[in-house]
Design a protein around this ligand. Sequence first.
Ligand code: KG4
Ligand code: ZN
Length: 362
Amino acid sequence: MSLILGIESSCDETAAAVVEDGRNVLSNAVASQIAKHAPYGGVIPELAARAHLTAVRPTLDEALKTAGVTLDDLDAVAVTHAPGLIPALLVGLNFAKGLAASHGLPLIPINHFSAHIYGAFLEQEDLVFGDPDLFPMLAVVVSGGHTALVVVGRDGKMTLAGTTLDDAAGEAFDKAAKILDLGYPGGPVIERLAKQGDPHAVNFPRSLTPSSGKPVAPENRFHFSFSGVKTALLYHVKNLGGVENIRDQVLFDILASYQEAIVDVLCRKAFDAAKYFDVRSIVLAGGVACNGALRERFQATVPRRYRAVLPLKKYCTDNAAMVGGLGWHYWKRGVTAPPGLDAQARLPLNQTIPIWFDKVQP
Ligand code: KG4
Ligand code: ZN
């Protein structure tokens, strides 16, 4: 039995978790800063860093207490070092370095993007990341910072098949909420209000898909663009005389249609890529994977030949269980961080996850 402590601070959640053997989540403490950033309609990096600084120690204490362990019981510390907001990442990374050094523990560098994919497998019955039958796997990572289709091979190599050319899917929700004065983050409030609306009331554009009315260039087949739907919303609001004139059913219909356009594009592109790359499983991951309309559409329309993986909602948005869980795979393979490990805002997505296969050792 091995215990890995995960630490996450890449954006506006300070998180610490203790995970046993890559899959038993003994604790998952998350301190959210949403209230701090809400007045600005987005995350302010320096504010985030200061909030991480005050929250990181209490969050660690909570994670250890809930798990019923002490720092001496741990086998390693896994920490998100990229991609993310640099001031925010630096707090968690530096804290993790200090913990690891002072307790003689290995430090494991975690890519936040890969951790989101891993998070989809946490606490899922009969489903473990290290099941070779799931590979090659298509990961659909949809969050505030990413919209990407990534093929993960049996060797753990991630190949970026498509990404967004402009806004991420989560950003499209957040910016729509800003346009309509609905607060931050946009995804949850839009989902809630859209439940009362008609998803076919407004025909919002589906950029870079055949239903956009324009041919899709072959090089854009698996890429996304969400700035068009956001601009269409902006003009729709202007044409109705501004946000103060949009209420109740009109608002609900706009939101339902807007959400429908995003969900439609995500699912169509994902299934097209799954077929093209001949994968065996499709995994939804990231904050937008919380969205009920996306989850329902995905489940209802995913072709039966693929194993479909939908994360538990608590592991869609940022958390440290996904960091501690993935960290175990690195630890089993003896992959640890160089002493000079730095934070990075971006990382090439074509990296390799050293997967520890449960059934067959490669
Ligand atoms: O994964 P995450 O917590 O942070 C990043 O790594 O970006 O994702 C946050 C994003 C935000 O853009 C938020 O609006 C979106 O996920 N989100 C949702 C929902 N819950 C969170 N989008 C749509 N529907 C939701 N229910
Ligand atoms: Zn994230």
